[in-house]
Design a protein around this ligand. Structure first.
Ligand code: ZN
Ligand code: ZN
Length: 208
């Protein structure tokens, strides 16, 4: 499905306007949009440090929500699903900002090694894919963070249609006991070996 709603600008922003303390005085390049320092601070606290990768995830989540016309924040909760195409620092910003988590089933890891995140609105089925644009590494981490947080959206990422549909909601499964270790295991994860039910820890894989 194609993205809809405002692709840039302040529309759709429900967060109170604040400026990033460390970035005060820097032109955002986006009219009327100032970044919420509290949210960035929260991401940094959650992740453990401020880094360009985290800023990439922050901006991807922001651009994705903007395109879907959804608010940034916990309010979106399970309504929003993220498919992360990498397992780098930026995923932590997505988790912190949108409350997308693996446990809840609204964060799906699809590690193809691309700096892309797809976001889906479960209520409408609409989705967008945010593909970060490559940027030359200069070694200046602070400049890179500033770029990803404040440069115009079109300089930071492409917002396009997702390559795949929204992942299905988390299912519940029955458990089956492994015949070797005796531990209960989700039934669809059990393998058969000479008629024995075996978990993946006990099963001797046959890969040639
Ligand atoms: Zn990091
Ligand atoms: Zn076992």
């Amino acid at each position: 499905m194609l993205p809809h709603g405002p692709m840039s600008g302040a529309a759709g922003h429900t967060r109170p306007a604040k400026t990033i303390k460390a970035l005060t005085g820097i032109a955002t390049g986006r009219k009327g949009v100032v970044l919420d320092d509290r949210l960035w601070d929260e991401c940094v606290r959650f992740h453990g440090h401020a880094c360009p990768g985290l800023a990439m995830g922050y901006r991807a989540a922001e651009l994705g929500m903007e395109a879907l016309g959804m608010p940034v924040g916990r309010a979106a909760d399970e309504e929003v699903v993220c498919v992360a195409e990498n397992d780098a620092c930026g995923v932590d910003a997505v988790q912190c900002m949108l409350s997308c988590t693996v446990g809840k089933g609204n964060l799906v890891m699809r590690p193809s090694g691309k700096m892309a995140f797809s976001f889906f609105d479960r209520r409408t089925g609409e989705g967008v894919r945010v593909l970060l644009k490559p940027r030359e590494r200069t070694g200046d981490r602070e400049a890179a963070i500033r770029f990803f947080l404040t440069a115009p959206g079109e300089d930071v990422a492409e917002v396009k249609a997702p390559l795949y549909g929204a992942p299905e909601k988390a299912r519940s499964f029955d458990s089956v006991r492994c015949d070797v270790c005796g531990e209960p295991c989700r039934e669809d994860k059990i393998r058969l070996s000479k008629g024995e039910r075996q978990c993946s820890d006990c099963y001797d894989p046959y890969d040639r």
